[in-house]
Design a protein around this ligand. Structure first.
Ligand code: SER
Length: 318
């Protein structure tokens, strides 16, 4: 039986991952970790155990792990790329000092740890087309620097102390449930809200700028399936490229127009977001994840768009 702690359970990925893990392992076996001020609400709060877990305070992690006899930690505490650039010291404290605290507790108590990396771990010098698994990682954002460090620190704890650390490099994640906050790829979520509301979408990313994206159900499956993968099949442990689709704003607009023919988009490019987007891959090669643990995406751009629009309409009507 798995006893799981989700750190950052009220965030963009954490809120949906906690519910997916509860559906899989049983509600009482998945603890939603949160920081005061970001209390879980609704189903997340009511369906299972909660614990205050602040990654910057190792004692709170150790207490939750001991009290709930945790064997697996999903560490989702992080700041997204744009907001991290304006709060770099906090981004480091949460992303790296926080990860150190988690890994120390995991080492003491024999826990496996999942901590996501990102397309943000790459930089301008990285090959952008079919970005290989093992390649140049010289990001110039604090988000990217902390993601590369996440991969390396997780790997170091694995080799030095045998901690079972695993991670994927997530593309931009798209969901109709929890909105992202302060990411470069957020436009690909916001655009669907505009389409459903009948508004013109003002796109902050230039036409022709491709980035990898993934629909939330696939992202949740990637995290869970990697943690369940047979370790004897894994050559890599941390920083698996996982891909599902890659598009630029025009491709996304055209796909939405198949459902909302009157949909309009104009551009007002945000220089910071654009610079970050241009430093990230156009499309990643995720063959290592496919070969080592059987990764397969289910949603491409057409399938995601149909589902996003349907679910978002129902949500906004309700
Ligand atoms: N979605 C993230 C961001 O834009 C990338 O991992 O910051």
């Amino acid at each position: 039986m798995k006893n799981v702690l989700v750190v950052g359970s009220t965030g963009q990925i954490g809120s949906e991952l906690t519910m997916a893990l509860r559906a899989r392992y049983g509600n009482t076996n998945v603890v939603a970790g949160y920081i005061p001020g970001c209390e879980p609400k609704g189903e997340l709060a009511e369906s299972g155990p909660l614990a205050i877990v602040d990654v910057t305070d190792g004692k709170t992690i150790a207490e939750a792990v001991a009290q709930h006899r945790i064997d697996t930690i999903y560490n989702l505490a992080a700041l997204l790329s744009v907001v991290a650039e304006s709060k770099p010291r906090l981004a480091w404290r949460v992303g790296i000092d926080g990860l150190w605290n988690i890994l120390e507790v995991a080492h003491d108590r024999g826990c496996a740890v999942f901590t996501p990396s990102s397309i943000g771990s790459f930089g301008l010098e990285t090959p952008h087309d079919h970005t290989p698994q093992d390649t140049i990682q010289r990001p110039r954002t604090i988000y990217g620097v902390s993601k590369v460090t996440t991969e390396l620190l997780s790997e170091w704890f694995h080799h030095k102390y045998g901690v079972d650390t695993r991670s994927v490099r997530f593309p931009g994640i798209i969901s109709y449930v929890t909105p992202p906050g302060g990411g470069t790829t957020d436009y690909a979520v916001d655009i669907y809200y505009s389409a459903v509301r009948g508004e013109t979408f003002v796109c902050p990313i230039k036409a022709g700028t491709r980035m990898d994206m993934m629909y939330m159900p696939d992202a949740l499956r990637a995290a869970i399936e990697l943690m369940e993968a047979d370790p004897s099949r894994l050559t890599h442990h941390n920083g698996f490229n996982v891909a599902a689709m890659s598009f630029d704003p025009e491709m996304l607009r055209e796909e939405i127009r198949k459902h909302v023919p009157t949909f309009k988009m104009v551009y007002d490019v945000d220089p910071l977001k654009q610079a970050i987007a241009e430093s990230w891959p156009d499309v990643m090669d995720d063959s290592c994840a496919r070969n080592e643990w059987g990764w397969q995406h289910e949603y491409d751009l057409p399938r995601m768009t149909a589902d996003m629009l349907e679910k978002l309409r129902a949500r906004l009507d309700a």
